[in-house]
Design a protein around this ligand. Structure first.
Ligand code: FES
Length: 195
């Protein structure tokens, strides 16, 4: 009898998305200081912003292996522009739909896998910005939205939050990595109004 529930045990025996990727161009890690486990995701993202392959490495338990394996399977062949800002807990739902709810003490394994994904997407955004050669500062690399566009959306539409801005110009609606900087722009505009 396995120590893990059946579905987790099956993946644990044969995690087909485990390993490293040649030519990966986005990397993200999630790590726990409590138990010392880490998970590292490698993604290959093509010029069309499509994740062509995703793999993981971990020293974690069967729950972490299963969560990372399922997530990598769901990421393959998805466009960043179709990730909907990674809100609505979509990755959580996809994983738990496939392998079931995680017991209380193992929820952290799931969180670390999602954290690794967010870090990998943020890594890809940073790399894209480094290579970007346009004249206007780019904020959302998924949808090619410039700083100038976001500032004019803030000025014209007086949005209440990042979601309002996303609705108007799509910025933030892909991988979600730019949402924090959009929030900072919004905060800066609000504090200017208060002066
Ligand atoms: S950079 Fe991906 S949603 Fe903006």
């Amino acid at each position: 009898m396995s120590f893990y529930p059946t579905k987790i045990a099956e993946i644990f025996k044969l995690p087909k998305n485990a390993g490293t990727l040649n030519g990966a161009n986005a990397f993200g890690t999630g790590a726990s200081f409590l138990c010392g486990a880490f998970v590292r995701l490698s993604l290959c993202i093509d010029k069309e912003k499509r994740i062509t392959e995703a793999k993981f490495q971990t020293n974690g338990c069967g729950y972490m292996i299963a969560a990372a394996n399922v997530l990598c399977g769901h990421l393959a062949d998805r466009r960043l522009t179709k990730l909907h800002g990674l809100t609505q807990d979509e990755p959580h739902v996809r994983i738990t739909d496939e392998i079931g709810e995680f017991p209380e003490g193992r929820k952290q394994c799931l969180e670390l896998v999602i954290e690794a994904l967010k870090n990998a997407l943020s890594d890809f955004r940073s790399r894209t910005l480094e290579e970007f050669q346009g004249e206007k500062a780019l904020i959302c690399t998924c949808f090619g939205v410039s700083e100038e566009t976001i500032l004019s959306v803030i000025d014209l539409y007086k949005p209440n939050d990042v979601c309002d801005i996303s609705e108007i110009c799509n910025a933030g609606l892909g991988c979600g990595s730019c949402q924090m900087i959009i929030q900072e722009m919004l905060d800066a505009a609000e504090s200017e109004l208060e002066l």
